[in-house]
Design a protein around this ligand. Structure first.
Ligand SMILES: [Zn+2]
Length: 65
């Protein structure tokens, strides 16, 4: 089985080798499905890097182009 990780911005499951970008934050490596997700994370890593579970407040992939 392929190892998948969850994108911290949109919550999408992706494989690290498929990620378009990655970012290390507080010792953890996060992977991103798009440059938009990567930029969003870099602009506010604490919002996403420590995101609480169970709140689907993000727009998901609707803003990816
Ligand atoms: Zn994404």
């Amino acid at each position: 089985m392929a190892d998948t990780v969850k994108g911290p911005v949109c919550g999408m499951e992706l494989r690290p080798e498929d990620a378009v970008a990655s970012e290390v934050h507080e010792g953890r490596t996060f992977y991103f499905c798009s440059h938009g997700c990567h930029r969003a994370f870099v602009s506010d890593p604490h919002r996403y890097g420590h995101a609480k579970e169970g709140h689907g407040g993000q727009e998901g992939h609707g803003t990816h182009h």
